[in-house]
Design a protein around this ligand. Structure first.
Ligand code: UDP
Length: 257
Protein backbone atom coordinates (compact mmCIF):
# COMPACT_ATOMS: atom_id res chain seq x y z
CA UNK A 1 0.00 0.00 0.00
CA UNK A 2 1.58 3.24 -1.10
CA UNK A 3 -1.31 5.65 -0.73
CA UNK A 4 -1.10 8.12 2.15
CA UNK A 5 -3.46 7.39 5.02
CA UNK A 6 -4.98 9.38 7.82
CA UNK A 7 -6.32 7.35 10.73
CA UNK A 8 -8.78 7.98 13.49
CA UNK A 9 -8.25 5.96 16.68
CA UNK A 10 -11.28 4.94 18.68
CA UNK A 11 -9.57 3.63 21.80
CA UNK A 12 -6.97 1.31 20.30
CA UNK A 13 -8.92 0.56 17.13
CA UNK A 14 -7.64 2.36 14.04
CA UNK A 15 -10.18 3.45 11.44
CA UNK A 16 -9.17 4.91 8.07
CA UNK A 17 -10.40 8.45 7.49
CA UNK A 18 -11.72 7.74 4.03
CA UNK A 19 -14.65 8.81 1.94
CA UNK A 20 -16.03 6.54 -0.73
CA UNK A 21 -13.71 7.79 -3.49
CA UNK A 22 -10.59 7.30 -1.37
CA UNK A 23 -11.74 3.83 -0.27
CA UNK A 24 -12.21 2.87 -3.93
CA UNK A 25 -8.75 4.20 -4.82
CA UNK A 26 -7.24 2.03 -2.07
CA UNK A 27 -9.27 -0.91 -3.37
CA UNK A 28 -7.72 -0.38 -6.83
CA UNK A 29 -4.27 -0.58 -5.29
CA UNK A 30 -5.15 -3.80 -3.48
CA UNK A 31 -6.39 -5.43 -6.65
CA UNK A 32 -3.08 -4.65 -8.34
CA UNK A 33 -0.89 -6.03 -5.54
CA UNK A 34 0.00 -9.65 -4.75
CA UNK A 35 -1.48 -11.31 -1.67
CA UNK A 36 -4.94 -11.03 -0.17
CA UNK A 37 -5.72 -7.71 1.49
CA UNK A 38 -8.47 -7.55 4.08
CA UNK A 39 -11.12 -4.85 4.28
CA UNK A 40 -13.21 -4.50 7.44
CA UNK A 41 -16.23 -2.24 7.88
CA UNK A 42 -16.74 -1.72 11.62
CA UNK A 43 -19.79 -0.06 13.12
CA UNK A 44 -20.10 0.86 16.79
CA UNK A 45 -21.20 -2.67 17.73
CA UNK A 46 -18.06 -4.16 16.20
CA UNK A 47 -15.78 -1.58 17.86
CA UNK A 48 -17.46 -2.37 21.21
CA UNK A 49 -17.05 -6.10 20.61
CA UNK A 50 -13.39 -5.59 19.75
CA UNK A 51 -12.75 -4.20 23.24
CA UNK A 52 -13.75 -7.62 24.63
CA UNK A 53 -12.39 -9.83 21.83
CA UNK A 54 -8.62 -9.65 21.27
CA UNK A 55 -8.74 -11.76 18.13
CA UNK A 56 -11.20 -9.32 16.57
CA UNK A 57 -9.21 -6.26 17.73
CA UNK A 58 -5.96 -7.71 16.35
CA UNK A 59 -7.40 -8.54 12.97
CA UNK A 60 -8.85 -5.03 12.62
CA UNK A 61 -5.39 -3.62 13.38
CA UNK A 62 -3.90 -5.89 10.74
CA UNK A 63 -6.51 -5.13 8.06
CA UNK A 64 -5.28 -3.14 5.08
CA UNK A 65 -8.42 -0.99 5.01
CA UNK A 66 -10.82 -0.18 7.85
CA UNK A 67 -13.90 1.61 6.56
CA UNK A 68 -16.11 3.56 8.99
CA UNK A 69 -19.52 1.96 8.48
CA UNK A 70 -22.03 3.32 10.95
CA UNK A 71 -23.25 6.68 12.08
CA UNK A 72 -21.95 6.00 15.61
CA UNK A 73 -18.37 6.17 14.31
CA UNK A 74 -19.03 9.48 12.58
CA UNK A 75 -20.41 10.97 15.83
CA UNK A 76 -17.53 9.47 17.81
CA UNK A 77 -14.99 11.00 15.43
CA UNK A 78 -16.52 14.44 15.98
CA UNK A 79 -16.55 14.05 19.76
CA UNK A 80 -12.92 12.89 19.69
CA UNK A 81 -11.97 15.94 17.63
CA UNK A 82 -10.85 14.04 14.51
CA UNK A 83 -14.01 14.37 12.41
CA UNK A 84 -14.83 11.92 9.65
CA UNK A 85 -16.66 13.57 6.80
CA UNK A 86 -18.99 10.70 6.14
CA UNK A 87 -19.52 7.05 6.72
CA UNK A 88 -19.08 4.59 3.89
CA UNK A 89 -21.41 1.65 4.24
CA UNK A 90 -19.98 -1.79 3.59
CA UNK A 91 -22.81 -2.64 1.21
CA UNK A 92 -22.28 0.50 -0.90
CA UNK A 93 -18.55 -0.13 -1.01
CA UNK A 94 -19.03 -3.78 -2.04
CA UNK A 95 -21.52 -2.67 -4.67
CA UNK A 96 -19.09 -0.14 -6.14
CA UNK A 97 -16.39 -2.84 -6.13
CA UNK A 98 -18.64 -5.16 -8.16
CA UNK A 99 -19.34 -2.41 -10.65
CA UNK A 100 -15.61 -1.90 -11.07
CA UNK A 101 -14.91 -5.62 -11.46
CA UNK A 102 -17.56 -5.84 -14.18
CA UNK A 103 -15.76 -3.11 -16.15
CA UNK A 104 -12.38 -4.78 -15.71
CA UNK A 105 -13.54 -8.34 -16.48
CA UNK A 106 -12.47 -9.60 -13.04
CA UNK A 107 -14.40 -12.17 -11.07
CA UNK A 108 -15.89 -12.42 -7.59
CA UNK A 109 -16.85 -15.23 -5.21
CA UNK A 110 -20.00 -14.93 -3.07
CA UNK A 111 -19.64 -16.86 0.18
CA UNK A 112 -22.31 -16.90 2.87
CA UNK A 113 -26.01 -16.56 3.75
CA UNK A 114 -28.70 -19.18 3.65
CA UNK A 115 -28.71 -22.26 1.39
CA UNK A 116 -32.33 -21.51 0.47
CA UNK A 117 -33.58 -17.99 -0.11
CA UNK A 118 -37.18 -19.18 -0.28
CA UNK A 119 -37.42 -20.58 -3.79
CA UNK A 120 -35.04 -23.54 -3.48
CA UNK A 121 -32.07 -21.46 -4.64
CA UNK A 122 -29.35 -20.14 -2.33
CA UNK A 123 -29.35 -16.48 -1.29
CA UNK A 124 -25.83 -16.23 -2.81
CA UNK A 125 -27.14 -17.42 -6.17
CA UNK A 126 -30.15 -15.09 -6.07
CA UNK A 127 -27.80 -12.19 -5.26
CA UNK A 128 -25.42 -13.22 -8.05
CA UNK A 129 -28.23 -13.27 -10.61
CA UNK A 130 -29.38 -9.80 -9.54
CA UNK A 131 -25.89 -8.32 -9.66
CA UNK A 132 -24.96 -9.92 -13.00
CA UNK A 133 -28.12 -8.43 -14.50
CA UNK A 134 -27.32 -5.03 -12.97
CA UNK A 135 -23.67 -4.99 -14.05
CA UNK A 136 -23.28 -6.67 -17.43
CA UNK A 137 -19.87 -8.28 -17.71
CA UNK A 138 -19.72 -9.16 -14.01
CA UNK A 139 -18.43 -12.70 -13.48
CA UNK A 140 -19.47 -14.46 -10.27
CA UNK A 141 -17.10 -17.38 -10.60
CA UNK A 142 -18.18 -19.24 -7.47
CA UNK A 143 -20.75 -19.35 -4.70
CA UNK A 144 -21.33 -21.17 -1.45
CA UNK A 145 -23.81 -20.81 1.37
CA UNK A 146 -22.58 -19.84 4.82
CA UNK A 147 -23.62 -22.83 6.90
CA UNK A 148 -20.74 -25.22 7.41
CA UNK A 149 -18.70 -27.10 10.01
CA UNK A 150 -15.13 -26.19 10.96
CA UNK A 151 -13.89 -29.29 9.15
CA UNK A 152 -15.41 -27.98 5.88
CA UNK A 153 -13.20 -24.89 5.83
CA UNK A 154 -10.36 -26.49 3.86
CA UNK A 155 -12.70 -27.53 1.08
CA UNK A 156 -14.26 -24.04 1.05
CA UNK A 157 -10.79 -22.50 0.62
CA UNK A 158 -10.10 -25.00 -2.17
CA UNK A 159 -13.36 -24.04 -3.88
CA UNK A 160 -12.52 -20.34 -3.65
CA UNK A 161 -9.05 -20.98 -5.10
CA UNK A 162 -10.41 -23.17 -7.91
CA UNK A 163 -12.87 -20.41 -8.88
CA UNK A 164 -10.03 -18.04 -9.74
CA UNK A 165 -11.96 -15.16 -8.13
CA UNK A 166 -9.97 -12.02 -7.34
CA UNK A 167 -12.51 -10.56 -4.91
CA UNK A 168 -14.06 -12.54 -2.07
CA UNK A 169 -17.27 -11.36 -0.39
CA UNK A 170 -18.00 -13.13 2.89
CA UNK A 171 -21.50 -12.88 4.40
CA UNK A 172 -21.42 -14.81 7.68
CA UNK A 173 -22.21 -11.97 10.11
CA UNK A 174 -19.62 -10.36 12.34
CA UNK A 175 -17.15 -11.43 13.74
CA UNK A 176 -17.43 -14.86 12.07
CA UNK A 177 -16.78 -13.44 8.59
CA UNK A 178 -13.76 -11.36 9.65
CA UNK A 179 -12.25 -14.31 11.53
CA UNK A 180 -12.75 -16.64 8.56
CA UNK A 181 -10.93 -14.20 6.28
CA UNK A 182 -8.09 -13.67 8.74
CA UNK A 183 -7.66 -17.44 9.30
CA UNK A 184 -7.41 -18.22 5.62
CA UNK A 185 -6.17 -15.19 3.77
CA UNK A 186 -2.65 -16.57 3.60
CA UNK A 187 -3.99 -19.59 1.67
CA UNK A 188 -5.79 -17.70 -1.09
CA UNK A 189 -4.07 -17.89 -4.46
CA UNK A 190 -5.93 -15.44 -6.68
CA UNK A 191 -7.96 -13.44 -4.19
CA UNK A 192 -6.56 -9.91 -3.95
CA UNK A 193 -9.12 -8.51 -1.54
CA UNK A 194 -11.61 -10.04 0.89
CA UNK A 195 -14.37 -8.24 2.76
CA UNK A 196 -17.04 -9.22 5.27
CA UNK A 197 -20.41 -7.94 4.08
CA UNK A 198 -22.92 -9.04 6.79
CA UNK A 199 -26.42 -9.19 5.39
CA UNK A 200 -25.60 -7.65 1.98
CA UNK A 201 -26.29 -10.83 -0.03
CA UNK A 202 -29.74 -10.91 1.57
CA UNK A 203 -30.33 -7.30 0.55
CA UNK A 204 -29.15 -7.92 -3.03
CA UNK A 205 -31.18 -11.14 -3.25
CA UNK A 206 -34.25 -9.29 -2.01
CA UNK A 207 -34.71 -11.54 1.04
CA UNK A 208 -34.02 -8.64 3.44
CA UNK A 209 -35.18 -5.10 2.82
CA UNK A 210 -32.68 -2.30 3.09
CA UNK A 211 -33.82 0.80 4.94
CA UNK A 212 -35.53 3.37 2.71
CA UNK A 213 -33.49 6.40 1.68
CA UNK A 214 -34.96 8.59 4.41
CA UNK A 215 -33.55 6.35 7.14
CA UNK A 216 -30.20 6.05 5.33
CA UNK A 217 -29.84 9.81 4.91
CA UNK A 218 -30.53 10.54 8.54
CA UNK A 219 -28.37 7.76 9.94
CA UNK A 220 -31.46 5.94 11.19
CA UNK A 221 -30.91 2.53 9.60
CA UNK A 222 -30.68 1.07 13.12
CA UNK A 223 -34.24 2.32 13.79
CA UNK A 224 -35.57 0.76 10.60
CA UNK A 225 -33.88 -2.53 11.47
CA UNK A 226 -35.29 -2.41 14.97
CA UNK A 227 -38.80 -1.97 13.57
CA UNK A 228 -38.27 -4.94 11.23
CA UNK A 229 -36.56 -7.18 13.76
CA UNK A 230 -37.52 -6.04 17.30
CA UNK A 231 -35.59 -8.98 18.79
CA UNK A 232 -32.37 -7.17 17.87
CA UNK A 233 -32.93 -4.54 20.56
CA UNK A 234 -30.32 -6.07 22.88
CA UNK A 235 -27.59 -5.88 20.22
CA UNK A 236 -28.64 -2.33 19.40
CA UNK A 237 -28.01 -1.19 22.93
CA UNK A 238 -24.38 -1.22 21.74
CA UNK A 239 -24.86 2.17 20.03
CA UNK A 240 -25.81 4.26 23.11
CA UNK A 241 -23.24 2.36 25.22
CA UNK A 242 -20.61 3.07 22.60
CA UNK A 243 -21.50 6.79 22.55
CA UNK A 244 -21.33 6.94 26.35
CA UNK A 245 -17.91 5.30 26.37
CA UNK A 246 -16.66 7.77 23.74
CA UNK A 247 -17.92 10.75 25.73
CA UNK A 248 -16.26 9.37 28.87
CA UNK A 249 -12.98 8.88 27.02
CA UNK A 250 -13.15 12.46 25.84
CA UNK A 251 -13.83 13.64 29.40
CA UNK A 252 -10.84 11.68 30.73
CA UNK A 253 -8.58 13.14 28.05
CA UNK A 254 -9.64 16.67 28.97
CA UNK A 255 -8.84 16.03 32.60
CA UNK A 256 -5.45 14.71 31.62
CA UNK A 257 -6.04 11.14 32.86
N1 UDP B 1 -24.87 -16.32 8.22
C1 UDP B 1 -24.20 -17.39 7.64
N2 UDP B 1 -23.69 -18.36 8.44
C2 UDP B 1 -23.79 -18.33 9.79
C3 UDP B 1 -24.45 -17.21 10.40
C4 UDP B 1 -24.97 -16.21 9.57
O1 UDP B 1 -24.08 -17.45 6.42
O2 UDP B 1 -23.33 -19.25 10.45
C5 UDP B 1 -25.40 -15.26 7.34
C6 UDP B 1 -26.88 -14.99 7.51
O3 UDP B 1 -27.64 -15.91 6.74
C7 UDP B 1 -26.97 -13.58 6.96
C8 UDP B 1 -25.60 -12.98 7.25
O4 UDP B 1 -24.79 -14.07 7.68
O5 UDP B 1 -27.12 -13.62 5.56
C9 UDP B 1 -25.60 -11.89 8.27
O6 UDP B 1 -26.13 -12.38 9.45
P1 UDP B 1 -26.58 -11.43 10.62
O7 UDP B 1 -27.69 -10.54 10.17
O8 UDP B 1 -26.78 -12.24 11.84
O9 UDP B 1 -25.24 -10.58 10.82
P2 UDP B 1 -24.91 -9.05 11.05
O10 UDP B 1 -24.34 -8.55 9.78
O11 UDP B 1 -26.15 -8.35 11.48
O12 UDP B 1 -23.90 -9.12 12.13
Amino acid sequence: MTMEREKLHIWDIPVDKVDRAKAMAIFDEMMAEPGCSMIVTPNSEIVMNASKDDELADLIREAELVIPDGIGLVYASKILGQPLNERVTGIDFADAALQKLAKEGKSVFFFGSKPDGGSGVSVAQMAAEKKMAEYPGLVVSGMRDGYFKPEDEDSIVAQINASGAELLLVALGSPKQEKFIQRHRGEFQNVRAAIGIGGSLDVWAGTLKRAPEFYQKHGLEWLYRLIQEPSRYKRMAALPLFMMKVVMTKGRKKNGN
